[in-house]
Design a protein around this ligand. Structure first.
Ligand code: ARG
Length: 588
């Protein structure tokens, strides 16, 4: 159990004894740490509700409070706040319990969700670019966060592999190489095992054909027809689609591995193809939700109280082909059938309308009842220094692989400047540069609330000072090196003693907040809560380390206790950085 929840329990009991609901006993970290460590404000509200004087109610609560050994001082302040300071022995006990607990005192959740995190979402036949960065790293972080909190979590890449872009790439290849067997309807196979194109070819072809379809309605019509034929099983198109998919997935797997992003499921829009027709039929059946509109099938989802225009969700185009919305609805249905009861769609905020429509249809049709959580976990844009969406110098869209290269180069320069790791073997130096570059990139992103846009500021992100990934990595490496040096000197961590120094006490108080910080980050689905907390821990640790000269300490029992504190700090920071997807080098 965490210190904070135990304190809330004690106060809950005491409020109950005083005839007030236990919720009034909620204890929080103090807003004014110079006055107290914790506070309980319940007497104010409860006093107001019951017509009792809050200060008197507070006195009554204090008179019956249990486990007095925990408290160094309890005081009523102002109109009826209760200020709480716990004893140093109590802090030591809880710190020891945290150090001994594999789960760091993080409680198992009251309701264990079966969570689906839908993230990454690259599109087939296109290299990933900077726009996929946030979808990938925020999604990965939320997946890890929910897992640490004790939920049952899967991550699905939900690749865009079934829509119009594929039809467009089919007609573009046909234009360029009409003699390939994929386009010959009388061909009976087998089709070549080798892909006729590379991913670079596809990336080059795509904008060309998009432009042609924009200018020429006949071309657009052909692309639509090709998409329709693909979705209806035309053999040559399916064979070609497999090649497109294989070359795309090969590169994406590499990019994601480099980025440290791991999916449990590599499904795509095409996965639910067989569900599409029955789903649309069911929704369009007599008395169903769906209606025909100019040959298309749509579901009206607007409500009288809508503040914004809410267009209907399109289930099929007039030619009968399916859309992004159809595959999303069918995927949602599949996930409900598989027992997922919380779905987080980690997707750009600009898709808000799409998800609102899909979720409304899911509710209206009963595909997902109220027990299933459906959330668009939206995120903002990565902007360049000019405040506009991030582009390369030439104005092009930056590929994810190139972005990783850029941050690694920057990190390498920083390490050189600071003369860090310069005498290590070249491979190790390179690995550190990569870890620091990615740490900078991820922390630079995840330290912002996911819904805000932020400016990509390479200099600031890669600095070893300030609220940055490299600062935290360096801090953690320092903890590792203290423990290593201690062990070389034959010193071992020992039982955690009651703190005697302010900075030591502050660090312990900070560490003991971990369970509530995790809970809060889960509640708001926001990794920046963890980023902030990790920074506070690193800062508190530095102050502690300055005040307490661990390796020179003469009292061996005190010294062993401090080493344990270093160890539990390192493990906590490692856990937090791991949730953020940030690796810690062994040495620097
Ligand atoms: N492929 C989509 C895109 O690039 C993102 C997919 C997000 N997930 C989803 N279930 N719609 O916009």
């Amino acid at each position: 159990m965490s210190l904070l929840s135990d304190l809330s329990d004690r106060f809950g009991d005491a409020f109950e004894t005083a005839g007030v609901e236990r919720a009034a006993g909620l204890v929080l970290p103090s807003q004014r740490p110079e006055l107290a460590q914790f506070q309980c404000n319940g007497a104010l509200g409860a006093g107001k509700r019951t017509g009792r004087n809050p200060r008197e109610l507070g006195q009554e609560v204090l008179a019956s409070i249990g486990d007095r050994w925990m408290f160094a001082s309890l005081e009523i302040a102002g109109p009826g706040f209760i200020n709480i300071v716990v004893t140093d022995d109590c802090l030591a006990d809880y710190a020891q319990a945290m150090a001994d607990d594999e789960r760091f005192a993080i409680a198992q959740p009251e309701h264990r969700w079966k969570v689906m995190v839908d993230y990454g979402g690259p599109n087939m036949s296109k290299s990933m670019h900077v726009g996929h960065l946030r979808a990938s790293i925020i999604g990965e972080s939320l997946k890890r966060l929910f897992r640490v909190a004790g939920h049952d979590v899967s991550g699905d890449i939900h690749m865009g592999d079934w829509g119009m872009p594929i039809g467009q790439l089919i007609i573009e290849l046909e234009r360029r190489q009409p003699d390939l067997p994929y386009f010959d309807e009388s061909f009976t196979g087998p089709y070549p095992g080798e892909s006729p194109v590379t991913l670079d070819d596809l990336s080059e072809m795509y904008p060309v054909v998009v432009e042609r379809c924009r200018e020429n309605p006949d071309e657009a019509e052909r692309a639509r027809q090709a998409t329709f034929d693909l979705q209806n099983g035309r053999a040559g198109y399916l064979a070609l689609w497999r090649h497109y998919r294989d070359v795309s997935v090969a590169e994406q797997k590499k990019d994601f591995a480099d980025l440290g992003v791991e999916f449990d499921l590599w499904r795509g829009e095409s996965t639910v193809h067989d569900r599409l027709a029955p789903l649309v039929e069911r929704l369009a059946a007599d008395g169903g939700l769906a209606e025909e509109s100019d040959g298309a099938i749509v579901v009206y989802v607007d409500r009288p109280d809508d503040k914004k225009e809410m267009p209907p969700l399109l289930l099929t185009r007039s030619d009968g082909s399916y859309l992004y919305s159809t595959t999303d609805l069918a995927t949602l249905e599949q996930r409900v059938e598989e027992g997922y009861d919380l779905m987080l769609y980690v997707v750009d905020a600009r898709q808000g309308l799409h998800f609102e429509q899909v979720f409304r249809v899911a509710r209206l049709s009963g595909i997902a009842d109220d027990s299933v959580g459906l959330e668009h976990t939206a995120f903002g844009t990565v902007n360049g220094p000019d405040g506009k969406p991030f582009k390369t110098r030439k104005g092009g869209i930056l590929r994810l692989a190139d972005l990783m290269e850029i941050v690694t180069d920057a990190a390498r320069e920083r390490l050189e400047e600071a003369a860090i790791a310069q005498d290590y073997p070249p491979e190790e130096r390179e690995r550190i540069a990569r870890q620091v570059g990615l740490g900078a990139l991820k922390f630079g992103d995840l330290s912002n609330h996911r819904t805000s846009n932020y400016i990509f500021d390479l200099d600031r992100f890669t600095s070893f000072e300030g609220k940055t990934g490299p600062y935290l990595q360096y801090g953690a490496v320092r903890m590792k090196s203290i423990l290593r040096r201690a062990s070389e000197l034959g010193l071992e961590p020992g039982p955690i003693m009651a703190p005697t120094v302010g900075q030591e006490r502050d660090l312990i108080l900070r560490l003991l907040r971990l369970p509530e910080v995790i809970e809060r980050a889960v509640d708001v689905r926001a990794p920046n809560v963890l980023a902030e907390y990790a920074f506070e821990i690193a800062t508190d640790f530095n102050r502690f380390y300055e005040a307490c000269h661990i390796l020179r300490e003469e009292d061996p029992v005190r010294q062993a206790s401090w080493l344990s504190l270093v160890d539990v700090t390192l493990r906590t920071l490692t856990l937090l950085l791991d949730i953020l997807g940030i690796e810690i080098p062994d040495r620097m």
